[in-house]
Design a protein around this ligand. Structure first.
Ligand code: PLP
Length: 282
Protein backbone atom coordinates (compact mmCIF):
# COMPACT_ATOMS: atom_id res chain seq x y z
CA UNK A 1 0.00 0.00 0.00
CA UNK A 2 1.34 3.41 -0.99
CA UNK A 3 0.86 6.82 0.58
CA UNK A 4 1.71 10.00 -1.31
CA UNK A 5 3.76 12.42 0.81
CA UNK A 6 4.85 15.70 -0.77
CA UNK A 7 6.66 14.53 -3.93
CA UNK A 8 6.86 10.80 -3.36
CA UNK A 9 4.84 7.62 -3.33
CA UNK A 10 6.04 5.84 -0.18
CA UNK A 11 5.14 2.51 1.41
CA UNK A 12 2.44 3.35 3.95
CA UNK A 13 4.37 2.32 7.06
CA UNK A 14 7.40 4.40 5.99
CA UNK A 15 5.54 7.71 5.57
CA UNK A 16 6.50 10.04 8.42
CA UNK A 17 5.85 13.70 9.24
CA UNK A 18 7.99 15.64 11.71
CA UNK A 19 6.52 16.58 15.10
CA UNK A 20 7.14 20.29 14.42
CA UNK A 21 4.22 20.27 11.94
CA UNK A 22 1.50 22.79 12.87
CA UNK A 23 -1.04 19.96 12.54
CA UNK A 24 0.56 18.34 15.60
CA UNK A 25 1.57 21.52 17.43
CA UNK A 26 -1.70 23.47 16.99
CA UNK A 27 -4.18 21.27 15.11
CA UNK A 28 -3.84 23.50 12.01
CA UNK A 29 -4.62 21.86 8.69
CA UNK A 30 -7.33 20.84 6.26
CA UNK A 31 -8.36 17.64 4.54
CA UNK A 32 -10.93 16.11 2.26
CA UNK A 33 -12.29 12.62 1.73
CA UNK A 34 -13.89 10.95 -1.29
CA UNK A 35 -14.86 7.46 -2.34
CA UNK A 36 -13.48 5.23 -5.05
CA UNK A 37 -15.90 2.77 -6.64
CA UNK A 38 -14.50 0.12 -9.02
CA UNK A 39 -11.31 2.25 -9.13
CA UNK A 40 -13.34 5.33 -10.20
CA UNK A 41 -13.17 8.35 -7.86
CA UNK A 42 -16.80 9.51 -7.44
CA UNK A 43 -17.68 13.21 -7.90
CA UNK A 44 -13.96 14.02 -7.89
CA UNK A 45 -14.28 17.58 -9.25
CA UNK A 46 -16.58 18.54 -6.35
CA UNK A 47 -14.12 17.30 -3.75
CA UNK A 48 -11.16 18.98 -5.46
CA UNK A 49 -13.09 22.28 -5.57
CA UNK A 50 -13.77 22.05 -1.84
CA UNK A 51 -10.18 21.04 -1.03
CA UNK A 52 -8.73 24.08 -2.85
CA UNK A 53 -11.39 26.36 -1.30
CA UNK A 54 -10.58 25.09 2.23
CA UNK A 55 -6.85 25.59 1.58
CA UNK A 56 -7.42 29.16 0.37
CA UNK A 57 -9.52 30.16 3.37
CA UNK A 58 -6.93 28.68 5.74
CA UNK A 59 -4.06 30.48 3.89
CA UNK A 60 -2.40 27.19 2.92
CA UNK A 61 -0.83 26.80 -0.54
CA UNK A 62 -1.62 23.50 -2.23
CA UNK A 63 1.84 22.62 -3.59
CA UNK A 64 0.52 21.69 -7.04
CA UNK A 65 -1.91 22.85 -9.69
CA UNK A 66 -5.24 21.15 -10.10
CA UNK A 67 -4.32 19.00 -13.12
CA UNK A 68 -1.09 17.74 -11.50
CA UNK A 69 -3.06 17.06 -8.32
CA UNK A 70 -5.58 15.01 -10.28
CA UNK A 71 -2.84 13.03 -12.04
CA UNK A 72 -1.26 12.27 -8.66
CA UNK A 73 -4.58 10.94 -7.37
CA UNK A 74 -5.03 8.73 -10.43
CA UNK A 75 -1.46 7.44 -10.10
CA UNK A 76 -2.10 6.48 -6.47
CA UNK A 77 -5.36 4.73 -7.41
CA UNK A 78 -3.48 2.76 -10.08
CA UNK A 79 -0.57 1.86 -7.81
CA UNK A 80 -2.74 0.68 -4.90
CA UNK A 81 -5.49 -0.97 -6.97
CA UNK A 82 -8.05 -0.89 -4.14
CA UNK A 83 -11.26 -0.85 -6.23
CA UNK A 84 -13.61 -0.09 -3.32
CA UNK A 85 -11.92 2.45 -1.12
CA UNK A 86 -11.72 5.94 0.32
CA UNK A 87 -9.05 8.55 -0.27
CA UNK A 88 -8.10 11.13 2.35
CA UNK A 89 -6.10 14.16 1.29
CA UNK A 90 -4.51 16.16 4.12
CA UNK A 91 -2.73 19.51 3.91
CA UNK A 92 -1.00 20.59 7.10
CA UNK A 93 0.32 23.92 8.39
CA UNK A 94 3.89 22.65 7.78
CA UNK A 95 7.08 22.57 9.86
CA UNK A 96 6.76 25.76 11.83
CA UNK A 97 10.03 27.24 13.15
CA UNK A 98 8.26 28.94 16.07
CA UNK A 99 5.41 26.44 16.51
CA UNK A 100 2.84 29.06 15.50
CA UNK A 101 3.42 30.49 12.04
CA UNK A 102 2.33 28.71 8.86
CA UNK A 103 5.21 27.17 6.91
CA UNK A 104 5.39 25.10 3.69
CA UNK A 105 2.40 22.74 3.95
CA UNK A 106 2.84 18.96 3.89
CA UNK A 107 0.54 17.18 1.45
CA UNK A 108 -0.45 13.64 2.43
CA UNK A 109 -2.71 11.36 0.35
CA UNK A 110 -3.87 8.10 1.95
CA UNK A 111 -6.06 5.35 0.53
CA UNK A 112 -7.84 2.63 2.50
CA UNK A 113 -10.41 -0.08 1.69
CA UNK A 114 -13.99 1.05 2.21
CA UNK A 115 -17.08 -1.02 1.50
CA UNK A 116 -20.78 -0.17 1.89
CA UNK A 117 -23.35 -2.77 2.88
CA UNK A 118 -25.18 -4.15 -0.21
CA UNK A 119 -27.57 -1.59 -1.78
CA UNK A 120 -30.50 -3.86 -1.00
CA UNK A 121 -30.02 -3.45 2.77
CA UNK A 122 -32.38 -0.73 4.02
CA UNK A 123 -30.68 1.44 6.62
CA UNK A 124 -32.16 1.31 10.11
CA UNK A 125 -33.29 4.55 11.67
CA UNK A 126 -30.98 5.96 14.33
CA UNK A 127 -31.18 8.06 17.48
CA UNK A 128 -29.15 11.25 17.66
CA UNK A 129 -28.65 13.81 20.43
CA UNK A 130 -28.07 17.57 20.24
CA UNK A 131 -25.18 19.61 21.63
CA UNK A 132 -24.72 23.37 21.80
CA UNK A 133 -21.80 24.27 19.52
CA UNK A 134 -20.91 25.87 16.18
CA UNK A 135 -17.65 24.91 14.48
CA UNK A 136 -15.02 27.65 14.51
CA UNK A 137 -14.60 27.77 10.70
CA UNK A 138 -17.79 26.05 9.60
CA UNK A 139 -17.30 26.43 5.84
CA UNK A 140 -13.87 24.78 5.92
CA UNK A 141 -13.03 21.09 6.21
CA UNK A 142 -10.40 21.54 8.92
CA UNK A 143 -8.70 18.65 10.71
CA UNK A 144 -10.08 19.95 14.04
CA UNK A 145 -12.83 17.62 15.34
CA UNK A 146 -12.28 18.48 18.98
CA UNK A 147 -15.94 18.79 20.05
CA UNK A 148 -17.04 15.84 17.88
CA UNK A 149 -14.50 13.54 19.52
CA UNK A 150 -15.10 15.00 22.99
CA UNK A 151 -18.88 14.39 22.78
CA UNK A 152 -18.48 10.71 21.79
CA UNK A 153 -18.79 9.65 25.44
CA UNK A 154 -22.02 11.63 25.97
CA UNK A 155 -23.38 10.13 22.75
CA UNK A 156 -22.57 6.56 23.75
CA UNK A 157 -23.99 7.05 27.25
CA UNK A 158 -27.29 8.14 25.70
CA UNK A 159 -27.40 5.31 23.15
CA UNK A 160 -27.13 7.70 20.20
CA UNK A 161 -25.09 7.34 16.99
CA UNK A 162 -24.28 11.00 16.43
CA UNK A 163 -24.42 14.53 17.83
CA UNK A 164 -26.25 17.34 16.05
CA UNK A 165 -24.79 20.78 16.75
CA UNK A 166 -27.23 23.56 17.65
CA UNK A 167 -26.80 27.12 18.88
CA UNK A 168 -29.65 28.98 20.58
CA UNK A 169 -32.08 26.44 19.13
CA UNK A 170 -30.83 26.69 15.50
CA UNK A 171 -29.36 23.41 14.28
CA UNK A 172 -26.45 23.23 11.83
CA UNK A 173 -24.66 19.93 11.21
CA UNK A 174 -23.06 16.87 12.79
CA UNK A 175 -19.30 16.60 13.32
CA UNK A 176 -19.06 14.64 10.02
CA UNK A 177 -22.49 14.83 8.38
CA UNK A 178 -25.13 17.26 7.18
CA UNK A 179 -28.70 17.35 8.46
CA UNK A 180 -32.05 17.38 6.64
CA UNK A 181 -35.71 17.30 7.61
CA UNK A 182 -38.87 16.60 5.63
CA UNK A 183 -41.52 19.07 6.71
CA UNK A 184 -45.23 18.37 7.17
CA UNK A 185 -45.92 19.73 3.66
CA UNK A 186 -43.34 17.32 2.15
CA UNK A 187 -40.64 19.98 1.54
CA UNK A 188 -37.05 18.78 1.99
CA UNK A 189 -35.11 21.31 4.07
CA UNK A 190 -31.52 21.65 5.26
CA UNK A 191 -29.65 24.33 7.24
CA UNK A 192 -28.16 27.06 5.06
CA UNK A 193 -25.58 28.70 7.34
CA UNK A 194 -22.70 27.81 9.64
CA UNK A 195 -22.12 24.45 8.01
CA UNK A 196 -19.66 22.61 5.83
CA UNK A 197 -21.35 22.26 2.48
CA UNK A 198 -21.17 18.51 2.09
CA UNK A 199 -20.79 17.04 -1.37
CA UNK A 200 -23.48 14.47 -0.51
CA UNK A 201 -25.70 17.36 0.66
CA UNK A 202 -25.21 19.03 -2.73
CA UNK A 203 -26.21 15.89 -4.66
CA UNK A 204 -29.13 15.12 -2.35
CA UNK A 205 -30.44 18.68 -2.79
CA UNK A 206 -30.24 18.33 -6.58
CA UNK A 207 -31.96 14.91 -6.53
CA UNK A 208 -34.66 16.14 -4.13
CA UNK A 209 -35.34 19.19 -6.34
CA UNK A 210 -36.42 16.84 -9.16
CA UNK A 211 -39.31 15.44 -7.07
CA UNK A 212 -39.95 17.73 -4.10
CA UNK A 213 -39.76 21.32 -2.94
CA UNK A 214 -36.30 21.98 -1.45
CA UNK A 215 -35.29 24.68 1.01
CA UNK A 216 -31.96 25.86 2.41
CA UNK A 217 -32.99 27.81 5.49
CA UNK A 218 -32.78 28.19 9.26
CA UNK A 219 -33.97 25.01 10.98
CA UNK A 220 -34.78 25.06 14.69
CA UNK A 221 -35.26 22.36 17.31
CA UNK A 222 -38.95 23.24 17.12
CA UNK A 223 -38.96 22.56 13.35
CA UNK A 224 -37.54 19.09 14.10
CA UNK A 225 -40.30 18.45 16.64
CA UNK A 226 -42.85 19.21 13.87
CA UNK A 227 -41.01 17.33 11.09
CA UNK A 228 -42.32 14.27 9.30
CA UNK A 229 -38.86 12.79 8.62
CA UNK A 230 -35.21 13.56 9.32
CA UNK A 231 -31.95 12.20 7.92
CA UNK A 232 -28.22 12.77 7.80
CA UNK A 233 -25.88 12.70 4.79
CA UNK A 234 -22.17 12.17 4.20
CA UNK A 235 -19.71 10.54 1.85
CA UNK A 236 -19.18 7.59 4.20
CA UNK A 237 -22.83 7.23 5.29
CA UNK A 238 -24.79 8.22 2.15
CA UNK A 239 -28.22 8.82 3.79
CA UNK A 240 -29.15 7.56 7.27
CA UNK A 241 -32.74 8.00 8.51
CA UNK A 242 -33.05 9.64 11.94
CA UNK A 243 -35.97 8.38 14.03
CA UNK A 244 -35.23 9.99 17.40
CA UNK A 245 -33.70 13.33 18.44
CA UNK A 246 -32.81 13.49 22.16
CA UNK A 247 -35.85 11.91 23.84
CA UNK A 248 -38.41 12.69 21.10
CA UNK A 249 -39.37 10.50 18.13
CA UNK A 250 -39.22 12.07 14.66
CA UNK A 251 -42.58 11.79 12.87
CA UNK A 252 -43.95 8.29 13.40
CA UNK A 253 -40.56 7.07 14.69
CA UNK A 254 -39.77 5.03 11.55
CA UNK A 255 -37.48 5.69 8.54
CA UNK A 256 -39.45 7.96 6.20
CA UNK A 257 -40.53 7.30 2.62
CA UNK A 258 -38.94 10.45 1.17
CA UNK A 259 -35.66 9.64 2.96
CA UNK A 260 -35.61 6.14 1.44
CA UNK A 261 -36.53 7.47 -2.02
CA UNK A 262 -33.60 9.89 -1.87
CA UNK A 263 -31.23 7.11 -0.77
CA UNK A 264 -32.35 5.00 -3.71
CA UNK A 265 -31.81 7.96 -6.08
CA UNK A 266 -28.36 8.70 -4.61
CA UNK A 267 -27.21 5.11 -5.12
CA UNK A 268 -28.44 5.31 -8.74
CA UNK A 269 -26.57 8.61 -9.23
CA UNK A 270 -23.32 7.07 -7.94
CA UNK A 271 -23.67 4.24 -10.47
CA UNK A 272 -24.37 6.72 -13.26
CA UNK A 273 -21.28 8.72 -12.28
CA UNK A 274 -19.12 5.57 -12.32
CA UNK A 275 -20.45 4.50 -15.74
CA UNK A 276 -20.04 8.01 -17.17
CA UNK A 277 -16.44 8.08 -16.09
CA UNK A 278 -15.75 4.61 -17.47
CA UNK A 279 -17.24 5.65 -20.81
CA UNK A 280 -14.97 8.74 -20.96
CA UNK A 281 -11.80 6.85 -20.03
CA UNK A 282 -12.48 3.80 -22.25
C1 PLP B 1 -18.35 19.10 9.42
C2 PLP B 1 -18.85 18.23 8.31
N1 PLP B 1 -20.10 18.43 7.81
C3 PLP B 1 -20.57 17.66 6.81
C4 PLP B 1 -19.82 16.62 6.24
C5 PLP B 1 -20.39 15.79 5.11
O1 PLP B 1 -19.76 16.14 3.90
P1 PLP B 1 -19.63 15.15 2.65
O2 PLP B 1 -21.02 14.83 2.18
O3 PLP B 1 -18.86 15.93 1.63
O4 PLP B 1 -18.92 13.93 3.13
C6 PLP B 1 -18.52 16.39 6.73
C7 PLP B 1 -17.70 15.32 6.16
O5 PLP B 1 -16.80 14.81 6.79
C8 PLP B 1 -18.02 17.22 7.78
O6 PLP B 1 -16.78 17.04 8.25
Amino acid sequence: MYIYLNNDFIEADKAVVHVSDLAIQRGYGIFDFFRVMDNVPLFLEDYIDRFYASAKTMRLDVPMEREAFKSTLFELIKKNNLPMSGIKVILTGGYSPDGFRISKPNLIIQQAAFLFPPDTVQPKGVKIITHEYVREMPTVKTINYLTGIWTLKKMEEQGAVDVLYQMRGEVTEFPRCNFFIVKQDGAVATPAKNILKGITRKHVLALAAKKFTVKEEIITLNDIAQAREAFMTSTTKRIIPIVQVDDKPVGDGKPGQITLTLLHDLIALEREEREKYKAVSA
